[in-house]
Design a protein around this ligand. Structure first.
Ligand code: SAM
Length: 385
């Protein structure tokens, strides 16, 4: 069911939505040029599209997607690309249709994401597919139907990627209601209370929630003695684990309204089979995290870093982490990837590379060429003590 808040969401773009959209906007250009090398046509799906533009003139995801495609095509991308934008609300759909009608490669569709899954699945047999899934709450998500698209990673050997906004706190509140457990009141100290989520008047059924996340694994989390923020994090981790059954590379980034919040507004969860995609996504999510860290900067400069380690990672720890992944000769590319897998969203590739170069200069690392300036395919290893 829609509610008035759905529409007021599009009056102006909030700063956390900007962080989310920046990730999409910065990821798509390198994605498109990389995926084109596979030779298959590309389909980008915006499964919960909205009207395309905010009241303050800021672009919504459909416009971001279409502009990225248009730029890539104008630079001579070697494969055709199409966009499919789905919106359930009639009025929003009309706006969407009007806006993206100017892009010949884009189609707007009225209805629910679920209504178009079969069409998307057909395309996934011979297209590279990028699924952008950005619902308000967890309503509208159906794991098994999405998985019918994901299965083409194996069946058709096509590239499928998903970037999903997963509202874990909404899921936990719904889960508590469905299991007839106490729902915590919104708490300004730990979460943003401007809630676009409809109040849970009729709790969703247990069956419905299991459909959202593809199983009943969430029951134990909801019933556990963990506090609300931990339950929210555990559910997000559970969704990542489910995605890992299909995707080699899965990562998550908590989108918080304010740096001190322990309950994020939602998580951006990404799945791909390609390590390069994880590296690209890491860079974008690091940028997003640093924008949040800037909000937490004290007005007057302090001698020491006062912000928490989750917000401002300790770069001093990086050499030790690198040494663990270079305990035997390993290509620099793989060392970087493994550092990112272990510490997702903490260090940008540039920082890891820079640190490796410094360690080579300081003699803490050696390279198989004996040089300090090396490329990604050169093996590096810890120097003997
Ligand atoms: C968070 S908004 C999307 C915002 C959009 N991604 C943007 O950045 O501009 C979610 C949208 O999904 C629509 N919606 C809700 N349920 C849907 C469903 N089952 N299928 C498709 N769209 C749905 C809502 O009307 C709303 O416009």
């Amino acid at each position: 069911m829609s509610h008035k808040a759905d529409r007021s969401f599009f009056d102006r773009k909030r700063h956390w939505s900007k962080r989310k959209d920046n990730i999409l906007e910065c990821y798509l250009p390198p994605y498109l040029s990389k995926i084109a090398t596979q030779g298959a046509p590309v389909l980008i799906v915006d499964a919960f599209a909205g009207p395309g533009k905010f009241g303050d003139g800021e672009p919504g995801s459909p416009l971001i997607i279409c502009q990225s495609i248009q730029t890539a095509l104008s630079k001579g991308l070697s494969v055709p690309v199409s966009a499919l934008c789905i919106e359930a609300e009639k009025e929003l759909f009309f706006e969407l249709n009007r806006l993206i009608g100017q892009f010949p490669f884009a189609k707007a569709r009225h209805g629910k994401f679920g209504d178009y899954i079969q069409e998307i699945e057909e395309k996934a047999k011979n297209h590279s597919v990028f699924l952008y899934v950005d619902p308000f709450t967890v309503e509208g998500l159906d794991w098994h139907r999405m998985d019918s698209v994901f299965q083409h990673l194996n069946i058709s050997n096509m590239s499928i990627e998903i970037l999903m906004n997963f509202n874990a706190r909404s899921f936990v509140r719904r889960g508590l209601a469905a299991l007839k457990l106490a729902i915590p009141e919104s708490n300004l100290e730990i979460e943003d209370t401007e809630e676009i989520d409809a109040p849970i008047v009729t709790p969703p059924s247990i069956k419905r929630l299991s459909k959202v996340v593809g199983g009943d694994w969430w029951h134990n989390i909801i019933k556990s003695s963990a506090n609300f923020p931990k339950k929210v994090q555990h559910v997000a981790n559970g969704v990542c684990e489910r995605l890992s059954e299909r995707f080699n590379e899965v990562c998550q980034h908590a989108i918080k309204a304010l740096p001190h919040h322990t309950v994020p507004k939602y998580y951006l969860i990404f799945g791909s089979r390609h390590p390069d995609a994880l590296i690209l996504m890491n860079n974008e999510m690091v940028k997003s995290q640093r924008t949040l860290a800037d909000i937490a900067k004290p007005k007057d400069p302090t001698l020491f870093e006062m912000r928490p380690i989750e917000l401002v990672p300790d770069i001093e720890k990086l050499p030790t982490i690198i040494l663990e992944h270079a305990s035997r000769p390993t290509e620099r590319r793989l060392v970087i990837l493994n550092v990112i897998r272990e510490c997702f969203c903490r260090f940008a590739v540039k920082e890891i590379r820079g640190c490796i170069e410094q360690m080579l200069k300081d003699g803490k690392l050696k390279s198989e060429t004996g040089k300090v300036r090396i490329n990604d395919s050169v093996k590096i290893f810890a120097a003997a003590k």
